[in-house]
Ligand binder design. Structure first.
Ligand SMILES: [Zn+2]
Length: 386
């Protein structure tokens, strides 16, 4: 059912009031029914019985109100890679107000990323710069087959010269992508990230060594993406217990990110890990051209999978708002604190019989699904479900 729109009481008044929704904002330890008021593009108040005050009032009772979602891992370098999606095509209708490209571009393509992708986008766009100058032109390109494609100094300079846009270094550590270079590309990526004072995001799955060997090289705030893949060298041991040294690495502050993708999320791995309380820190899609029509679809579908697999809703919201925002050094995002930009996502938690697929062709029928009803960006309605 669509949201009931109540007519404007005073014409040309910029204020908006979301009345009576269940507001889940982990950045404020908030999970209860209350109102959210928006004025001049910012959150002006969150509380009970806020006055209409001439605002446009939306009755969102029975709905959830979240901070605008932050997708920490996607591919949006359309126009100069084969895998890139257009941010404004995929984000507004899914509650995503900020999206991070995970290494499609690198230092030679930084200006293209800015001009073609970031500047024309209404959605907030950020990026991780690939440690390989090749970037990711196609999903299967072995961008680290030669270390001649790595230039630490230029990688650092590209991040340092584009702080508003570039928020980290990306490396893909799959064996088919790194040739015979072993762990050396990782060492170079961490060195660049260290010098640029940003996190490194590591793509795992078919790595040349166990996950613990990768995590040994990482620092607090660095990110393991594809954490729940079903390939060799994953988070589970032969008895399906989460490796002790993986738990230890995470307790040092290394973030575990979903990065679902076309080949990197297994229901069975996630189920076993969740039963042991090993939930992701960040939930991201790894959306690109070949998975946007399934099995990934979008961030709400990915969140719905986590919900049906047993992750608490409040944790799911934190993993798609304040945690990914902090991971890219943007604590001002992913929150409904008064004064913050009014990036807001209104969701319905639908009940029914829904089918979901993981990246390994496994299907599940589950009873709950999160569906975006409305998205606000800087207080402007950029999507409303009809
Ligand atoms: Zn990716």
């Amino acid at each position: 059912m669509a949201i009931q729109y109540m007519p404007t009481l005073v014409e040309n008044h910029p204020g908006l009031l979301l009345r009576g929704g269940t507001v889940v904002d982990p950045s404020q330890a908030l999970n209860r029914i209350c109102d959210v008021a928006i004025r001049d593009g910012s959150i002006s108040a969150v509380g009970d019985g806020l006055p209409d005050d001439g605002c446009r009032v939306f009755d969102v009772s029975g709905r959830y109100v979240f901070p605008g979602l932050v997708d920490l891992h996607a591919h949006i370098c359309w126009g100069f890679t084969d895998i890139g999606l257009v941010p404004d095509d995929i984000c507004p209708s899914t509650g995503v107000t900020a999206i991070v490209d995970a290494g499609s571009s690198s230092w030679p393509s930084q200006d293209a990323f800015r001009r073609i992708v970031a500047e024309p986008s209404r959605t907030r766009v950020f990026g991780f710069s690939n440690i390989s100058s090749v970037g990711i032109p196609t999903a299967g390109t072995p961008e680290l087959a030669s270390l001649r494609f790595v230039d630490v100094d230029r990688s650092v300079a590209a991040v340092a010269g584009n702080r508003d846009l570039m928020t980290g270094i990306k490396i893909r550590m799959g064996r088919h992508l790194i040739g015979d270079n072993g762990i050396e590309p990782m060492r170079l990526a961490v060195e660049a990230a260290d010098q640029a004072n940003v996190p490194v995001m590591v793509h795992v799955g078919n790595t040349p060594c166990p996950l613990a060997g990768i995590m040994d090289l990482l620092r607090p705030g660095d990110i393991i993406t594809h954490a729940y893949h079903g390939h060799p060298h994953g988070i589970l041991d032969d008895h399906r217990a989460v490796w002790e040294d993986v738990i230890e690495g995470r307790s040092r502050g290394i973030l575990m990110d979903v990065g679902h993708g076309a080949g990197s999320f297994s229901f069975d791995v996630a189920r076993s890990a969740f039963e042991q309380g090993f939930f992701p820190d960040a939930i991201s899609t790894d959306l690109y051209t070949v998975n946007v029509n399934g099995p990934v679809f979008d961030l709400p579908t990915t969140m719905s999978k986590m919900l049906n697999l047993g992750m608490p809703l409040e944790d799911i919201v934190e993993s798609t708002t304040s945690i990914p925002a902090a991971a890219i050094g943007r604590n001002e995002l992913g929150t409904l604190r008064p004064g913050a930009a009014a990036d807001v996502a209104v969701f319905e938690l639908e009940e029914g019989d829904f089918e979901f697929s993981d990246s390994h062709g496994n299907r599940r029928r589950w009873p709950r699904r999160l569906t975006c009803e409305m998205t606000l960006l800087d207080g402007e309605i950029v999507y409303e479900r009809r």
